[in-house]
Design a protein around this ligand. Structure first.
Ligand code: ADP
Ligand code: MG
Length: 305
Protein backbone atom coordinates (compact mmCIF):
# COMPACT_ATOMS: atom_id res chain seq x y z
CA UNK A 1 0.00 0.00 0.00
CA UNK A 2 1.14 3.58 -0.67
CA UNK A 3 0.98 6.08 2.16
CA UNK A 4 0.04 9.58 1.03
CA UNK A 5 -0.42 12.82 2.84
CA UNK A 6 -3.97 14.08 2.56
CA UNK A 7 -4.64 17.85 2.46
CA UNK A 8 -5.35 17.62 6.19
CA UNK A 9 -1.87 16.29 6.83
CA UNK A 10 -2.87 12.85 8.09
CA UNK A 11 -1.44 9.86 6.21
CA UNK A 12 -4.00 7.83 4.28
CA UNK A 13 -3.67 4.69 2.25
CA UNK A 14 -4.51 4.47 -1.45
CA UNK A 15 -7.03 1.74 -2.27
CA UNK A 16 -5.56 -1.22 -4.14
CA UNK A 17 -7.33 -2.96 -6.98
CA UNK A 18 -6.35 -6.30 -8.56
CA UNK A 19 -7.04 -6.66 -12.29
CA UNK A 20 -7.41 -10.42 -12.72
CA UNK A 21 -5.73 -12.12 -15.65
CA UNK A 22 -4.19 -15.48 -16.60
CA UNK A 23 -0.59 -16.72 -16.69
CA UNK A 24 -0.56 -16.42 -20.49
CA UNK A 25 -1.29 -12.66 -20.22
CA UNK A 26 0.54 -11.67 -17.01
CA UNK A 27 0.48 -7.96 -17.92
CA UNK A 28 -3.15 -7.98 -19.09
CA UNK A 29 -4.36 -7.16 -22.57
CA UNK A 30 -3.27 -3.69 -23.74
CA UNK A 31 -6.95 -2.65 -23.77
CA UNK A 32 -7.46 -3.50 -20.09
CA UNK A 33 -4.32 -1.54 -19.17
CA UNK A 34 -6.12 1.63 -20.35
CA UNK A 35 -8.00 1.81 -17.03
CA UNK A 36 -4.84 1.89 -14.89
CA UNK A 37 -3.97 5.56 -15.44
CA UNK A 38 -7.51 6.91 -14.94
CA UNK A 39 -7.63 4.88 -11.72
CA UNK A 40 -4.30 6.38 -10.59
CA UNK A 41 -5.76 9.83 -11.30
CA UNK A 42 -8.56 8.89 -8.89
CA UNK A 43 -6.07 7.82 -6.21
CA UNK A 44 -6.47 4.09 -6.89
CA UNK A 45 -3.52 1.77 -7.47
CA UNK A 46 -4.38 -1.05 -9.89
CA UNK A 47 -2.17 -3.97 -10.85
CA UNK A 48 -2.47 -7.19 -12.87
CA UNK A 49 -2.75 -10.39 -10.81
CA UNK A 50 -2.91 -13.97 -12.13
CA UNK A 51 -6.04 -15.74 -10.83
CA UNK A 52 -4.49 -19.16 -10.17
CA UNK A 53 -1.22 -17.89 -8.67
CA UNK A 54 -1.24 -19.61 -5.25
CA UNK A 55 0.95 -16.92 -3.67
CA UNK A 56 -1.62 -14.11 -3.98
CA UNK A 57 -3.32 -12.71 -0.87
CA UNK A 58 -6.68 -11.67 -2.31
CA UNK A 59 -7.80 -10.19 0.99
CA UNK A 60 -5.10 -7.52 0.58
CA UNK A 61 -7.09 -5.87 -2.23
CA UNK A 62 -9.95 -3.44 -1.74
CA UNK A 63 -11.49 -4.74 -4.97
CA UNK A 64 -10.64 -7.64 -7.28
CA UNK A 65 -11.81 -6.98 -10.84
CA UNK A 66 -12.06 -9.96 -13.20
CA UNK A 67 -10.61 -9.13 -16.62
CA UNK A 68 -8.87 -11.84 -18.68
CA UNK A 69 -8.67 -15.21 -16.82
CA UNK A 70 -9.43 -16.87 -20.14
CA UNK A 71 -7.67 -20.14 -19.38
CA UNK A 72 -10.45 -21.19 -16.98
CA UNK A 73 -12.38 -22.86 -19.82
CA UNK A 74 -11.82 -26.59 -19.24
CA UNK A 75 -11.58 -26.06 -15.47
CA UNK A 76 -14.62 -23.96 -14.75
CA UNK A 77 -15.26 -25.58 -11.36
CA UNK A 78 -11.82 -24.54 -10.15
CA UNK A 79 -12.47 -20.99 -11.37
CA UNK A 80 -15.91 -20.72 -9.76
CA UNK A 81 -14.45 -22.09 -6.48
CA UNK A 82 -11.66 -19.50 -6.69
CA UNK A 83 -14.23 -16.73 -7.22
CA UNK A 84 -16.13 -17.84 -4.12
CA UNK A 85 -12.94 -17.51 -2.03
CA UNK A 86 -12.13 -13.92 -3.09
CA UNK A 87 -13.55 -11.47 -0.54
CA UNK A 88 -14.35 -8.43 -2.73
CA UNK A 89 -14.88 -9.61 -6.28
CA UNK A 90 -16.39 -7.76 -9.23
CA UNK A 91 -18.49 -9.13 -10.68
CA UNK A 92 -19.67 -11.06 -7.59
CA UNK A 93 -18.90 -14.78 -7.33
CA UNK A 94 -22.53 -15.91 -7.64
CA UNK A 95 -22.86 -13.89 -10.85
CA UNK A 96 -19.75 -15.62 -12.19
CA UNK A 97 -21.08 -19.06 -11.23
CA UNK A 98 -24.34 -18.28 -13.06
CA UNK A 99 -22.74 -16.68 -16.12
CA UNK A 100 -19.89 -19.11 -16.94
CA UNK A 101 -22.30 -21.68 -18.40
CA UNK A 102 -24.55 -20.56 -21.24
CA UNK A 103 -27.57 -22.33 -19.72
CA UNK A 104 -28.30 -18.84 -18.33
CA UNK A 105 -29.78 -18.17 -21.79
CA UNK A 106 -32.70 -20.47 -20.86
CA UNK A 107 -33.49 -18.41 -17.79
CA UNK A 108 -33.38 -15.15 -19.78
CA UNK A 109 -35.58 -16.65 -22.53
CA UNK A 110 -38.11 -17.67 -19.86
CA UNK A 111 -38.16 -14.01 -18.77
CA UNK A 112 -39.09 -12.90 -22.28
CA UNK A 113 -35.66 -11.99 -23.67
CA UNK A 114 -35.35 -12.82 -27.40
CA UNK A 115 -32.62 -15.49 -27.33
CA UNK A 116 -31.16 -17.43 -30.29
CA UNK A 117 -33.13 -20.73 -30.36
CA UNK A 118 -30.87 -23.32 -28.74
CA UNK A 119 -30.86 -27.10 -28.60
CA UNK A 120 -28.91 -28.67 -25.71
CA UNK A 121 -27.08 -32.00 -26.05
CA UNK A 122 -25.75 -33.63 -22.89
CA UNK A 123 -22.91 -36.15 -22.82
CA UNK A 124 -24.40 -39.59 -23.53
CA UNK A 125 -27.40 -38.21 -25.46
CA UNK A 126 -27.86 -38.97 -29.13
CA UNK A 127 -27.83 -36.07 -31.56
CA UNK A 128 -28.96 -36.59 -35.13
CA UNK A 129 -28.25 -33.70 -37.51
CA UNK A 130 -31.65 -32.72 -38.85
CA UNK A 131 -33.05 -29.94 -41.00
CA UNK A 132 -31.31 -28.05 -43.71
CA UNK A 133 -29.71 -24.68 -43.46
CA UNK A 134 -26.74 -23.65 -41.41
CA UNK A 135 -26.21 -24.48 -37.74
CA UNK A 136 -23.64 -23.64 -35.09
CA UNK A 137 -22.22 -26.24 -32.71
CA UNK A 138 -20.49 -24.90 -29.59
CA UNK A 139 -19.86 -25.83 -25.96
CA UNK A 140 -21.95 -24.33 -23.14
CA UNK A 141 -18.74 -23.32 -21.35
CA UNK A 142 -16.52 -21.41 -23.73
CA UNK A 143 -14.78 -18.16 -24.54
CA UNK A 144 -13.13 -16.64 -27.57
CA UNK A 145 -15.10 -18.69 -30.15
CA UNK A 146 -13.08 -21.80 -29.32
CA UNK A 147 -14.53 -25.23 -30.21
CA UNK A 148 -17.22 -23.44 -32.22
CA UNK A 149 -18.13 -24.43 -35.78
CA UNK A 150 -20.65 -23.66 -38.50
CA UNK A 151 -22.25 -26.41 -40.61
CA UNK A 152 -24.58 -26.50 -43.60
CA UNK A 153 -26.75 -29.50 -42.74
CA UNK A 154 -27.96 -29.79 -46.35
CA UNK A 155 -24.43 -30.93 -47.19
CA UNK A 156 -23.71 -34.61 -46.27
CA UNK A 157 -20.03 -33.88 -45.52
CA UNK A 158 -21.01 -31.06 -43.15
CA UNK A 159 -23.60 -33.33 -41.48
CA UNK A 160 -20.82 -35.80 -40.71
CA UNK A 161 -18.48 -33.09 -39.48
CA UNK A 162 -21.22 -31.60 -37.28
CA UNK A 163 -21.98 -35.01 -35.74
CA UNK A 164 -18.26 -35.56 -35.12
CA UNK A 165 -18.00 -32.13 -33.48
CA UNK A 166 -20.94 -32.83 -31.14
CA UNK A 167 -19.47 -36.27 -30.33
CA UNK A 168 -16.05 -34.75 -29.60
CA UNK A 169 -17.53 -32.25 -27.12
CA UNK A 170 -19.72 -34.95 -25.53
CA UNK A 171 -16.74 -37.30 -25.16
CA UNK A 172 -14.99 -34.52 -23.26
CA UNK A 173 -17.99 -34.42 -20.90
CA UNK A 174 -19.19 -31.06 -22.21
CA UNK A 175 -22.75 -29.83 -22.53
CA UNK A 176 -23.17 -28.87 -26.19
CA UNK A 177 -25.32 -26.22 -27.88
CA UNK A 178 -26.80 -26.35 -31.38
CA UNK A 179 -28.23 -23.13 -32.82
CA UNK A 180 -29.39 -21.96 -36.23
CA UNK A 181 -26.68 -19.80 -37.81
CA UNK A 182 -27.90 -16.20 -37.76
CA UNK A 183 -26.75 -15.20 -41.23
CA UNK A 184 -27.21 -11.47 -40.57
CA UNK A 185 -23.91 -11.61 -38.68
CA UNK A 186 -22.20 -11.86 -42.09
CA UNK A 187 -23.59 -8.50 -43.21
CA UNK A 188 -24.61 -6.54 -40.08
CA UNK A 189 -22.13 -8.13 -37.66
CA UNK A 190 -22.70 -8.62 -33.96
CA UNK A 191 -23.38 -5.67 -31.63
CA UNK A 192 -21.81 -5.67 -28.16
CA UNK A 193 -23.29 -3.13 -25.74
CA UNK A 194 -21.08 -2.24 -22.76
CA UNK A 195 -22.51 -1.19 -19.40
CA UNK A 196 -20.48 -0.03 -16.38
CA UNK A 197 -22.25 0.06 -13.02
CA UNK A 198 -25.54 -0.62 -14.83
CA UNK A 199 -25.18 2.48 -17.06
CA UNK A 200 -24.60 2.30 -20.84
CA UNK A 201 -21.05 3.27 -21.82
CA UNK A 202 -20.49 2.39 -25.48
CA UNK A 203 -21.04 -0.25 -28.16
CA UNK A 204 -18.98 -2.08 -30.73
CA UNK A 205 -19.52 -4.03 -33.92
CA UNK A 206 -17.82 -7.41 -34.15
CA UNK A 207 -17.44 -9.05 -37.55
CA UNK A 208 -18.52 -12.67 -38.14
CA UNK A 209 -16.26 -15.20 -36.40
CA UNK A 210 -17.18 -18.47 -38.10
CA UNK A 211 -16.07 -19.42 -41.56
CA UNK A 212 -17.08 -23.06 -41.50
CA UNK A 213 -16.66 -26.37 -39.70
CA UNK A 214 -14.67 -26.34 -36.48
CA UNK A 215 -11.01 -27.19 -36.82
CA UNK A 216 -9.65 -28.80 -33.65
CA UNK A 217 -6.81 -26.80 -32.08
CA UNK A 218 -4.20 -29.18 -33.50
CA UNK A 219 -5.38 -28.29 -37.01
CA UNK A 220 -4.69 -25.19 -39.06
CA UNK A 221 -6.18 -22.71 -36.59
CA UNK A 222 -3.61 -20.40 -35.01
CA UNK A 223 -3.04 -21.45 -31.41
CA UNK A 224 -3.97 -19.04 -28.64
CA UNK A 225 -6.71 -18.00 -26.28
CA UNK A 226 -9.09 -16.65 -28.91
CA UNK A 227 -9.57 -16.17 -32.62
CA UNK A 228 -8.74 -12.77 -34.11
CA UNK A 229 -11.69 -10.38 -33.98
CA UNK A 230 -12.61 -7.44 -36.22
CA UNK A 231 -13.97 -4.72 -33.95
CA UNK A 232 -15.31 -1.24 -34.80
CA UNK A 233 -17.14 1.42 -32.84
CA UNK A 234 -20.92 1.29 -33.34
CA UNK A 235 -24.00 3.26 -32.35
CA UNK A 236 -26.63 0.76 -31.12
CA UNK A 237 -30.11 1.00 -32.65
CA UNK A 238 -33.07 1.82 -30.38
CA UNK A 239 -34.22 -1.82 -30.77
CA UNK A 240 -30.80 -3.11 -29.66
CA UNK A 241 -30.80 -0.77 -26.69
CA UNK A 242 -34.27 -1.96 -25.73
CA UNK A 243 -33.29 -5.64 -25.83
CA UNK A 244 -30.10 -4.92 -23.86
CA UNK A 245 -32.11 -3.14 -21.14
CA UNK A 246 -34.49 -6.10 -21.03
CA UNK A 247 -31.54 -8.47 -20.60
CA UNK A 248 -30.11 -6.38 -17.75
CA UNK A 249 -33.51 -6.24 -16.04
CA UNK A 250 -33.73 -10.05 -16.15
CA UNK A 251 -30.36 -10.72 -14.46
CA UNK A 252 -30.89 -12.38 -11.06
CA UNK A 253 -29.93 -9.91 -8.33
CA UNK A 254 -30.23 -6.88 -10.63
CA UNK A 255 -27.78 -5.05 -12.91
CA UNK A 256 -26.79 -2.14 -10.63
CA UNK A 257 -24.48 -4.35 -8.58
CA UNK A 258 -22.58 -5.36 -11.71
CA UNK A 259 -19.34 -3.48 -12.34
CA UNK A 260 -19.45 -4.44 -16.02
CA UNK A 261 -21.79 -6.18 -18.43
CA UNK A 262 -21.66 -6.82 -22.16
CA UNK A 263 -24.77 -7.75 -24.11
CA UNK A 264 -24.04 -9.36 -27.51
CA UNK A 265 -26.81 -9.23 -30.12
CA UNK A 266 -27.22 -10.44 -33.70
CA UNK A 267 -30.27 -9.66 -35.89
CA UNK A 268 -32.61 -12.66 -36.17
CA UNK A 269 -34.37 -13.83 -39.35
CA UNK A 270 -36.92 -10.97 -39.10
CA UNK A 271 -34.18 -8.39 -38.48
CA UNK A 272 -34.93 -7.81 -34.79
CA UNK A 273 -32.04 -8.24 -32.35
CA UNK A 274 -31.53 -11.59 -30.59
CA UNK A 275 -29.29 -12.30 -27.61
CA UNK A 276 -26.36 -14.55 -28.45
CA UNK A 277 -24.33 -14.02 -25.28
CA UNK A 278 -24.45 -12.09 -22.01
CA UNK A 279 -20.93 -11.55 -20.72
CA UNK A 280 -20.73 -10.85 -16.99
CA UNK A 281 -17.52 -12.77 -16.30
CA UNK A 282 -14.55 -11.84 -18.50
CA UNK A 283 -15.72 -9.73 -21.43
CA UNK A 284 -13.31 -7.74 -23.54
CA UNK A 285 -14.51 -4.20 -22.88
CA UNK A 286 -13.04 -2.49 -25.97
CA UNK A 287 -12.11 0.59 -23.96
CA UNK A 288 -10.06 1.92 -26.87
CA UNK A 289 -13.11 2.13 -29.15
CA UNK A 290 -14.96 4.92 -27.34
CA UNK A 291 -13.71 8.25 -26.00
CA UNK A 292 -14.12 8.37 -22.21
CA UNK A 293 -14.70 4.63 -21.78
CA UNK A 294 -11.58 4.05 -19.63
CA UNK A 295 -12.60 6.97 -17.39
CA UNK A 296 -16.19 5.69 -17.10
CA UNK A 297 -14.89 2.28 -16.02
CA UNK A 298 -12.48 3.93 -13.56
CA UNK A 299 -15.40 5.93 -12.09
CA UNK A 300 -17.47 2.76 -11.70
CA UNK A 301 -14.55 1.01 -9.96
CA UNK A 302 -13.84 4.00 -7.70
CA UNK A 303 -17.52 4.11 -6.72
CA UNK A 304 -17.28 0.55 -5.45
CA UNK A 305 -14.33 1.22 -3.16
N1 ADP B 1 -26.07 -18.88 -33.70
C1 ADP B 1 -25.06 -18.17 -34.24
N2 ADP B 1 -25.25 -17.52 -35.41
C2 ADP B 1 -24.24 -16.80 -35.98
N3 ADP B 1 -23.01 -16.72 -35.46
C3 ADP B 1 -22.77 -17.35 -34.29
C4 ADP B 1 -23.78 -18.10 -33.61
N4 ADP B 1 -23.24 -18.62 -32.49
C5 ADP B 1 -21.96 -18.20 -32.45
N5 ADP B 1 -21.67 -17.44 -33.53
C6 ADP B 1 -20.37 -16.82 -33.86
O1 ADP B 1 -19.38 -17.39 -33.03
C7 ADP B 1 -18.84 -16.41 -32.14
C8 ADP B 1 -18.63 -17.03 -30.76
O2 ADP B 1 -19.84 -17.50 -30.22
P1 ADP B 1 -20.37 -17.02 -28.80
O3 ADP B 1 -21.68 -17.66 -28.58
O4 ADP B 1 -20.29 -15.55 -28.70
O5 ADP B 1 -19.34 -17.73 -27.79
P2 ADP B 1 -17.97 -17.22 -27.09
O6 ADP B 1 -17.76 -15.78 -27.45
O7 ADP B 1 -18.24 -17.43 -25.64
O8 ADP B 1 -16.93 -18.14 -27.62
C9 ADP B 1 -19.82 -15.25 -32.17
O9 ADP B 1 -19.16 -14.02 -31.91
C10 ADP B 1 -20.41 -15.34 -33.59
O10 ADP B 1 -19.57 -14.70 -34.53
MG1 MG C 1 -19.03 -14.19 -27.79
Amino acid sequence: MIERNSPLGAARVDPRVALVTCAELPDLEPDDRLVIEPLAARGVRAEPVVWDDPAVDWAAYDLVVVRSPWDYVGRREQFVAWAARVPRLANPAEVIAWNTEKTYLERLAADGVPVVPTGWVRPGETWVPAGDGEYVVKPAVSAGSRDTGRYDLADPTHRELAAAHVARLQAAGRLTMVQPYLAAVDTDGETGLLFFGGAFSHAIRKGPMLEGPDVPASGDRPPGLFRPERIEARQPSPAEMEVAEKVLAAIPGGAERLLYARVDLIPGPDGSPMLIELELTEPSLFLDRAPGAPERLADAIAQRL
